[in-house]
Design a protein around this ligand. Structure first.
Ligand SMILES: O=C(O)c1ccc(O)c(O)c1
Ligand SMILES: [Mg+2]
Length: 630
């Protein structure tokens, strides 16, 4: 596939945009005239810069409000087009993007548009240029790609093709069937843009909320499949107007753009079986499919006083130190099927992480069917590979850098069922004193979810990471109400819900996610939830001092809202357990106090698939109150 990006996707000036696009590996760039107008170098210099970077300027855009203007404005529009042809010569590009007229003066006459485009295509041919016509979803008369195609088809000139932009097509209708009528060589350019489904004014939606394919809700693979089936062999170009991208550094955005493009290519290759007969150059390489199944262990970087606080919290929750690493200063704490690794090894990744963030989650290991395949997949998508130091006979655990800088490991179980701790660790016999002090271990315990706190500019990157690398689906965003601002939350899950990864961001400095990022000096895992079969028994066995207190008013409100049996709410109140109900079931959960901004949660799910979002406000208010009291 020929890969391009429009300059409007990236922040900065035109030089920075060109450099970022080239760095990320794009072959082409669409130049937005505005970016050129604001740049203090001549078009000839821009041409040379892009040539030096190995980037082709695939189009100049947009040429606006051309067709069907009142007669007195027509000549001016042809003159304007000629000036753009001059500019195209200087830039050394051969395609001009013309978008449908949005002017209130525009006359509703297809015949007139056909006449004008016939003449413009003749003029373009004389100068060896191509024109592409694109229906803007808010165009005055032409809003739909079907109508744009009717116009282009009637003009029937080899120098005029249609431009298909996935955003406009989906914003107007979901009907892709007319794409099948368009021969591939009549498509001048394909622009790809995803977006979240939002019920709002389409112009505002387009100009502020587009995102890279894989980051939104539009069925991008269906669109790509239809276009590929036409035999189209031109560029696919990202055209994303997004406020977050405008305020983020341009190179990481461009790299995410490339990941998105590679993901689309992979998805299309899997969706179109005889792809190479349609477009011979469609795909150089197909990466191994995602194969992560569950969380195998969670690793903390810990030292000093806060390490003691973490271990105190873990032991009071019923974890016991079951193993020690064979060659490193690393301990394993287990309960049920949960494994928590505490790493204090000097000069390790963990220690560096500790020095940067304090006690924190420095890695999460995922069980994969094909761990090496997952590492290869990470590399293909440009997520940096990590290889740790290993001693002879120890497991080589491949990994990649996650979005917050923490590691993501891929672990496989041996055919004989042996686990990472059977290979790299030796069992320790807990002392009698430790056993008598710690509460009873709960054999049903599982990792339920792992929640990260990220910055606003990392929010879309995080969803791309989980979608592209792990093949997870990303739920719709939800607003959580903190006393000091809104926290926006999305969750990445696999199909059978053995992996649940919420990730949160906030634009408010005082709200929970930013409070966490301030304490930890960066993004990362903010909380870990464990699921058990019987939360009341679990709570009875632990020291209630570690539990986050819940106000009495919350329980009084529960009594008013639900018909509980006598005594049930009093039990919840006694243990600070929160309650939520869904159509199918209910949810019980409590939170612990924090260590270095992080905390744990224990949950019990009864045919319930959410996260107790209504109660997040109770948790955030309690945490804010405790922080104020410090
Ligand atoms: O928002 C716009 O004006 C605009 C311009 C050019 C495009 O290709 C497009 O999709 C939108
Ligand atoms: Mg467009």
């Amino acid at each position: 596939m020929k890969r391009s990006i429009a300059s409007v996707c990236l922040s900065g000036d035109l030089r920075q945009k060109l450099e970022a696009a080239a760095y990320a590996g794009f072959d082409g760039i669409e130049i937005f005239e505005n970016d050129l107008m604001l740049f203090d170098e001549s078009p000839a210099v821009v041409r040379r810069m892009s040539e030096d970077l190995g980037l082709r300027i695939i189009a100049l855009q947009p040429f606006r409000d051309f067709e069907c203007m009142p007669s007195d404005k027509m000549q001016k529009n042809f003159d304007r087009a000629e000036r753009k042809f001059d500019l195209m010569e200087e830039l050394h590009t051969d395609t001009l993007l013309i978008c449908s007229n949005v002017s209130p003066q525009c006359i509703d006459s297809l015949d007139r548009a056909v006449e004008e485009f016939s003449e413009l295509a003749e003029r373009a041919q004389k100068r060896h240029y191509k024109l592409g016509y694109e229906a803007l979803a808010w165009g005055r008369n032409i809003k739909d790609y079907e109508d744009a195609w009717q116009l282009v088809n009637r003009v029937d000139h080899k120098n005029l093709g249609i431009i298909l932009d996935s955003f406009h097509i989906y914003a107007r209708s979901k009907n892709l069937s007319v794409i099948r009528d368009i021969p591939g060589d009549r498509i001048a350019l394909v622009q790809v843009a995803d977006a979240p489904w939002l019920d709002m004014d389409v112009l505002q939606w387009s100009r502020h909320f587009r995102c890279f394919p894989g980051q939104g809700d539009l069925p991008m693979v269906d669109f790509m499949t239809e276009v590929t089936n036409t035999g189209y062999e031109g560029y696919f170009s990202h055209e994303i107007f997004n406020d977050e991208f405008r305020s983020s550094p341009c190179r990481p955005t461009a790299i995410d753009g490339m990941r998105s493009m590679l993901w689309l290519e992979e998805e299309v290759a899997r969706a179109v079986p005889d792809l190479s007969s349609k477009t011979p150059k469609a795909l150089d390489y197909l990466p191994p499919e995602p194969s992560v199944k569950s969380v195998e262990f969670i690793e903390f970087a810990a030292e000093g006083q806060s390490r003691e606080e973490l271990l105190d919290l873990l032991t009071k929750l019923g974890f016991t130190n079951t193993h020690r690493h064979r060659s490193k200063d690393v301990s394993l704490f287990r309960q049920g099927d949960v494994s928590i690794v505490v790493n204090e090894e000097p000069d390790s990744f963990a220690q560096n992480y500790y020095l940067m963030h304090g006690v924190s989650v420095c890695a999460v290991a995922y069980l994969a069917d094909d761990a090496e395949g997952m590492a290869e997949r990470s590399e293909h998508f440009g997520y940096r590979k990590f290889e740790g130091d290993i001693e002879h006979g120890e497991m080589n655990i491949p990994g990649a850098k996650g979005v917050g800088g923490e590691l993501v490991y891929f672990v496989q179980r041996d055919a004989d069922g042996s686990r990472f701790f059977d290979v790299d660790f030796v069992a320790v016999q807990p002392s009698d004193a430790a056993v008598s002090l710690s509460p009873k271990s709960d054999p049903s315990l599982l990792v339920d979810h792992i929640t990260s706190g990220v910055s606003e500019s990392e929010f879309l990157s995080t969803s791309l990471f989980y979608k592209v690398l792990f093949g997870l689906s990303i739920d719709q965003p939800q607003d959580l109400i903190d006393p000091y601002g809104i926290v926006v939350s999305r969750t990445a899950t696999n199909r059978n819900k053995t992996i649940r990864l919420p990730f949160n961001m906030s634009r408010s400095w005082g709200a929970s996610t930013e409070r966490f990022r301030e304490v930890q000096k960066g993004s990362g895992v903010q909380h870990i939830a464990f699921a058990c079969d019987d939360i009341l028994t679990f709570a009875e066995g632990i020291d209630l001092n570690i539990v986050l207190p819940v106000p009495d008013n919350y329980y009084d409100d529960l009594i008013a809202r639900f018909d509980f049996d006598d005594g049930f709410v009093e039990q919840l109140r006694a243990y600070n357990i929160l309650y939520d109900k869904s159509e199918t079931g209910y949810f019980l959960h409590f939170y612990t106090r924090t260590v270095n901004g992080m905390f744990f949660e224990v949950v019990q799910r009864q045919k319930y698939s959410n996260y107790g979002e209504v109660n997040a406000q109770v948790r955030m208010a309690a945490q804010a109150r405790m922080r104020r009291a410090l």
